[in-house]
Write a protein that binds this ligand. Structure first.
Ligand code: DOR
Ligand code: ZN
Length: 355
């Protein structure tokens, strides 16, 4: 990373980094997709596109159609690359993994435990049912992306990630030691420790919102539906552990925004959807988190180098420049025929992309 115009050795007023990638992104479908995809295409070279549509993207064929919709929304002049994923179900055949590899467009398979989050009803009820498919993924080198929360009613929502490690993930990693696994959007010190102690086949994405907020930001002074996401924000000690891992330079941790737009009325309701919309300022929000931790010199590694290394891809060839400049986030952005409330609506962000 090159720092220009340093205001002090630790707080540069601008930074240039290799163009980042978003290794975990929701862009939905239809008119909503058209509204949100330009934000990511402006900052990132690539993004891993989550498959939890209705109906979910369970086949390579459907992923091809979805990718074409994305290309159509981007227009001819864009060189942004949507990296497609398959939604794993109890009955995904091992053959589908061969089809996925042969298509050349599938980068990973997503495991949603059934009922864990938005559009996960068709997810996996018992991972043992998927063992032949996981075997094929291990053999052909296709990564498994994991939403790591158990779903039993009797497990406290704040403990669901830790329970998932103990009850599920340890077994998956033991039974498939050479399967590439990305523990997605980790939120606890337990997950950080698990990833660090696991083999080089295991990595994790971390969102900007889990680096910038703890559960007080959702609950103190009135409930904030726009700060509700899954896995839910945790206590401060966990946020600190995530920030430490993120800023450590360990190449097992990389950027995955989990930007998950929902229309305003689906968030501001008696039973609101989970998800924060951050794609409009993804790298700026990460820059702020790294800056708060006095670790801007590690931003590029996390946002632009570690992800491609894990996925076995080249890093992007151009750079972006961010400037320390406060700007006010709009109260809302268009989202198809509706609006989405962005993170920090009406408030400021300290960094801005200038080129
Ligand atoms: O907050 C979240 N929103 N977490 C998820 O796992 C899913 C996502 C969504 O699709 O809305
Ligand atoms: Zn997600």
């Amino acid at each position: 990373m090159s720092n220009s115009q340093k205001s002090s050795s630790h707080s540069p007023s601008s930074i240039s980094i290799i163009r980042p990638d978003d290794w975990h992104l929701h862009i939905r479908d239809g008119a909503g997709l058209k509204s949100v995809i330009p934000f990511t295409a402006r900052q990132c070279g690539r993004a891993i596109i989550m498959p939890n549509l209705t109906p979910p993207v369970t086949t390579t064929r459907r992923a091809q159609t979805y990718q074409q919709t994305i290309f159509d929304a981007l227009g001819k002049n864009s060189d942004f690359q949507p990296l497609m994923t398959l939604y794993l179900t109890d009955s995904t055949p091992a053959e589908e993994i061969k089809t996925a590899i042969n298509s050349g467009i599938i980068s990973a398979v997503k495991l949603y435990p059934a009922g864990a989050t938005t559009n996960s009803d068709a997810g996996v009820t018992d991972i043992k049912k998927c063992y032949q498919t996981l075997e094929m993924m291990q053999k052909l080198g296709l990564p498994l992306l994991v939403h790591g929360e158990v779903t039993h009613q009797d497990i406290d929502i704040f403990d669901r990630e830790k329970s998932f490690i103990d009850q599920r993930l340890e077994l998956i990693v033991r039974d498939f030691p050479e399967l590439k696994v990305v523990f997605e959007h980790i939120t606890t010190s337990d997950a950080v420790d698990f990833v660090i102690e696991s083999s080089s086949y295991v990595a994790a994405t971390i969102t900007a919102h889990h680096l910038l907020m703890n559960r007080n930001d959702m609950l103190v002074g009135g409930i904030k539906p726009h700060h509700y996401c899954l896995p839910v924000l945790k206590r401060e000690t966990h946020r600190e552990a995530l920030m430490k891992a993120t800023a450590s330079g360990n190449n097992k941790f990389f950027m995955g925004t989990d930007s998950a737009p929902h229309s305003k009325h689906n968030k501001e309701t008696a039973c609101g959807c989970a998800g924060m919309f951050t794609a409009f300022a993804a790298i700026e929000l990460y820059a702020e988190a790294f800056d708060n931790a006095d670790a801007l010199d590690k931003l590029e590694q996390f946002s632009s180098l570690n992800g491609p290394l894990f996925y076995g891809l080249a890093v992007n060839s151009d750079k972006i420049t961010l400037q320390r400049e406060k700007w006010t986030v709009p109260e809302s952005y268009k989202f198809g025929d509706d609006v989405v409330i962005p993170l920090r609506a009406g408030q400021t962000i300290n960094w801005k992309i200038v080129s």
